[in-house]
Design a protein. Structure first.
Length: 101
């Protein structure tokens, strides 16, 4: 049972970084997902796949995993590349295509 520690990316439904600052500890599934015969939903016999713990820092998540003897794998978050834009760039002469509505 391997615990993954990571910081999730922000969802497309938000513009801020509200929930993207927390670190998450999740367990990998030991058994594969299989469709349920009655409803067709995907299910698993592994209850640890439903556990999702959040921490404020990466060190807290690693300390929790070590304290409970969980093998873990921590990954570094990929920082988004910021592209600074200004309104005046819409009218610049260096534009490759003309600006239109």
């Amino acid at each position: 049972m391997l615990a993954r520690i990571y910081r999730p990316a922000k969802t497309a439904m938000q513009s801020g970084q509200a929930n993207a600052k927390l670190w998450v500890l999740e367990f990998e599934l030991n058994s594969p997902l299989a469709p349920e015969s009655l409803m067709g939903w995907s299910s698993s016999a592994d209850p640890d796949g439903q556990v999702r713990l959040t921490f404020e820092t990466r060190e807290q998540a690693i300390a929790f995993a070590r304290r409970h003897g969980l093998p873990h794998e921590a990954s570094e978050p990929a920082e988004p590349k910021r592209v600074l834009k200004a309104y005046g760039d819409n009218f610049a002469f260096r534009r490759k295509e003309p600006w239109s509505h």
